[in-house]
Design a protein around this ligand. Sequence first.
Ligand code: GNR
Ligand code: NI
Length: 171
Amino acid sequence: MACLNILRYPDPRLHTVARPVAAVDERIRRLVDDMLETMYAAEGVGLAATQVDVHECVIVMDTSETRDHPIVLVNPEQIWQSEEMRVAEEGCLSVPAIYDKVERHASVKVRALDRQGEGFEMHAEGLAAVCVQHEMDHLRGKVFVEYLSALKRDRIRTKLLKKARDEPRDD
Ligand code: GNR
Ligand code: NI
């Protein structure tokens, strides 16, 4: 397994739209395992392949307290959403140290393939609902800061560009 580099906003590659996975093969299973290692190392509750510069529809999540319930979603489709909306504070591993409120569906149903290529459905609420909607946005090239005002987004962009300049990473 390997820990992968996470792209940081405003990297334009975060706006790439992911393509569906054609077959859940050894290459995809290796990607999933590397993404899980990367997510746990970064202490995130989710990670989309887009964030590690792989533009295929793959998400990993773990919203358990105990950090031992990995969920793998390949080619996820949202098949239902509650009318009820909820505002929650969000963060993103691609937008470090920035947190702000985003309104999303309170609960959703998602259909996907698992690590073995088997179909399954997941009903998510609470943090899992926030997380799966946040991750599916990444696959469409959307970062949560795009829900914020242009003023906030520009301030975040400037702050992160300055941080990247002052604290370069070798990638
Ligand atoms: O680790 C993460 N925490 C989080 C908290 C509130 C709402 C969404 C998230 S997802 C984020 C990891 C990440 O960036 N996934 O794309
Ligand atoms: Ni994110």
